[in-house]
Design a binder for this molecule. Structure first.
Ligand code: ATP
Length: 333
């Protein structure tokens, strides 16, 4: 296992600053999620770490060694991509064994290692099948087993679950987290899916335009967004923003409630013009306006709010965050 550190790391493609000065340290055994929109530089950062791209500037450390000039195969890193290709003519066993066969390891050692990886991922009963005869979720586990069989020091995963349908993704996420804990391999996981990021990450690094905007636990990222980008990107629906002078007042939809539900005296009351209500099973989304600002309330309770009415809604002061309108940075009051 290993620590990974990026020091002012940059990768430019002509005028495009794909990675633009990233400083980040990933602890031994940590599960770090890189979360960001398409084009924010996540994949490029992983490829730099794996040695598939050369940095324009900056350093990559694994433990205390700078690995900028170390060949990819010698870094002790394994990668799993979204488009994991298995060899269709080989059995699951041979697919997992492939990296070991290439190294020319003795047969018994290969068998032991394949059985270890297959056991870890719950696919030991599939070893004699061909990839066409197993499910998408199982194929994904074969790809992960193949990555783990060489006992990498660092595991990189780039949207590994995005080919799976929504139902399987839940269980796949749970299994991924379990085996990562069990073997404690330092993991960097790329996704643009915030639910996946919140569910999997020990910490999340939110990226945009080649830069890391915030690093923290899922709870910190959600409760204390460092800027308006993070506040708007994390959370479904995102935070509400109210323009007030040079500042933006922001709060989460689930903290914006009919005023009579907030008994705390430390609160702010707004006149909320309710325009539309969506019933989404276990909760309601209420769309409307405060002044000219679009607002959304997420009500978990059935509550008599009607479309086309103006209702007093409130937020506890403790749930309000403030941001500078020009820079987008958080203002702590
Ligand atoms: P996605 O979620 O869509 O995969 P990403 O966050 O992983 O996006 P990257 O793939 O790292 O983003 O791309 C970051 C930026 O760098 C994009 O603007 C992309 O077009 C650009 N880029 C990436 N690879 C190259 C390349 N080989 N040549 C030129 N530009 C590139």
């Amino acid at each position: 296992m290993a620590r990974v550190r990026f020091n002012d790391l940059k990768k430019h493609f002509g005028p495009v600053k794909a990675v633009d000065g990233v400083d980040l340290e990933i602890a031994d055994g940590e599960f770090l999620v890189l979360l960001g929109p398409s084009g924010s530089g996540k994949t490029t950062l992983m490829r730099l770490c794996a040695g598939l791209e050369e940095p324009t500037a900056g350093s990559i450390f694994i433990d205390d060694q700078v690995v900028n000039d170390v060949a990819p195969r010698k870094r002790g890193i394994a990668m799993v991509f979204q488009s994991y290709a298995l060899y269709p003519h080989m059995t699951v066993f041979k697919n997992i064994a492939f990296p070991l066969s290439v190294e020319g390891l003795p047969r018994q050692e290969i068998r032991d290692k394949v059985e270890w990886a297959a056991g870890l991922l719950g696919i030991a009963h599939l070893l004699e099948r061909k990839p066409a005869l197993i499910s998408g979720g199982e194929r994904q586990r074969v790809a992960i087993a193949r990555a783990l069989v060489r006992r990498p020091r660092v595991l990189l995963m780039d949207e590994p679950l995005s080919n799976l349908d929504a139902k399987v993704r839940h269980t796949a996420r749970d299994e991924l987290k379990k085996f990562q804990r069990e073997i404690g391999v330092t993991t960097i996981y790329v996704t643009h899916d915030q639910v996946e990021a919140m569910g999997l990450g020990d910490r999340i690094a939110v990226m945009n335009e080649g830069k890391i905007r915030q690093i923290g636990s899922p709870d910190e990222i959600y409760q204390e967004p460092a800027d308006t980008f993070v506040a708007g990107f994390v959370g479904l629906p995102p935070m509400n923003f109210l323009e007030e002078g040079g500042a933006l007042t922001a709060f989460r939809p689930e903290t914006f409630l009919p005023a009579d539900l907030i008994t705390d005296q430390e609160r702010r009351i707004f006149n909320f013009r309710v325009e539309r209500i969506e019933h989404l099973g276990s909760y309601l989304l209420v769309y409307g306006k405060v002044g000219d600002n679009l607002m959304i309330a997420n009500l978990s309770l059935r509550h008599p709010v009607e479309e086309g009415t103006e209702v007093p809604f409130a937020v506890r002061l403790a749930d309000i965050r403030y941001y500078d309108r020009a820079s987008g940075r958080r203002i702590v009051k």
